[in-house]
Design a protein around this ligand. Structure first.
Ligand SMILES: Nc1ncnc2c1ncn2[C@@H]1O[C@H](COP(=O)(O)OP(=O)(O)OP(=O)(O)O)[C@@H](O)[C@H]1O
Ligand SMILES: [Mg+2]
Length: 265
């Protein structure tokens, strides 16, 4: 599904991020270089604290690199933009707004008119299966439903790039699988590039065309594992020996990390 011969959609160019801490600096991300192709689905795994969120936040324009740059569509990222939708692990909904108003919020910020806003919000809400809850307040929803709402908000804006930080991390495995299927389904129908951070090795392999395994201290790209399993992926995919082999490979790369001297790519 990915054309890696055309210019990359997202380019991390020797990106680093150091945070000031008492008595010096802490290097959260160290010299990461990575190209993500147009329509590519890349997942990022690695031990806690290895800089996954920091990397994603630099692409989102929420954290400024202290060295190198992130380039999207040939332009250096200097802040957030409607071309990049971000979905966080925490639902980040406005509790006083209904599902529909929460979903419309991003469209309002993007300057979309009322009628079009309503249409696109309702479409996104239906897509994530929340049609019957458009007028509900977040406090009346389950965790999975809140996360669907956050996802609908990102989908409604129809960004070129989806940046997802452990979006299904807090959900039960059944809901998680449902949302994975839905995400792959939308991704295959619309032209989006996805960077998806997860702790879950199985999820990383199931979704991705490529899995980026990061190493900690400092946060670097440790290995990149290609996932040459055809889409659409199904239950059969999950149960196949090829899938098991890839999952084991990524698992080992995450859990047996020898210190690396230089970035893998
Ligand atoms: N604003 C900040 N100031 C200082 N240190 C920070 C800041 N943000 C992150 N860090 C540190 O940078 C490192 C990477 O953090 P980051 O949140 O990117 O890791 P992560 O891989 O997403 O971890 P997790 O899997 O637990 O979410 C951590 O050691 C963290 O303590
Ligand atoms: Mg994180």
């Amino acid at each position: 599904m990915t054309d890696r011969t055309s210019p990359p959609k997202i380019s991390f160019r020797d990106v680093g991020c150091r945070f000031p801490v008492r008595g010096g600096h802490f290097t959260a991300v160290d010299r990461v270089s990575l190209d993500v192709g147009e329509r590519e689905f890349v997942t990022v795994v690695g031990p806690s604290g290895c800089g996954k969120s920091t990397l994603l936040n630099m692409a989102a324009g929420l954290v400024t690199p202290t060295s190198g740059e992130v380039v999207v569509d040939g332009r250096r990222v200097t802040g957030p933009g409607p071309d990049r939708g971000v979905i966080f692990q925490q639902y980040a909904l406005f509790p006083w707004l209904t599902v529909r108003r929460n979903v419309e919020f991003g469209l309002r910020v993007a300057g979309v008119g009322a009628a079009e806003r309503r249409r696109r919000a309702d479409e996104a809400i239906a897509l994530v299966g929340l049609g019957d809850f458009a007028d509900a307040l977040p406090k009346t929803l389950s965790g999975g439903m809140k996360q669907r709402c956050a996802i609908a908000r990102a989908y409604a804006v129809d960004p070129d790039v989806l940046l997802m930080d452990e979006p299904f991390g807090a959900l039960d495995s059944l809901t998680r699988v449902q949302l994975q299927e839905q995400l792959l389904d939308t991704w295959s129908r619309q032209t989006r590039t996805v960077v998806f951070v997860t702790h879950d090795v199985e999820e990383a392999v199931y979704l991705a065309g490529r899995v980026v395994v990061m190493a900690a201290r400092p946060g670097r790209v440790h290995r990149i594992v290609d996932v040459p399993l055809p889409y659409p992926r199904t239950e059969e995919t999950r149960l196949s020996p090829e899938f098991a082999a890839l999952r084991n490979e990524v698992w080992s790369a995450v859990h047996h990390q020898a210190p690396v001297e230089a970035p893998a790519r």
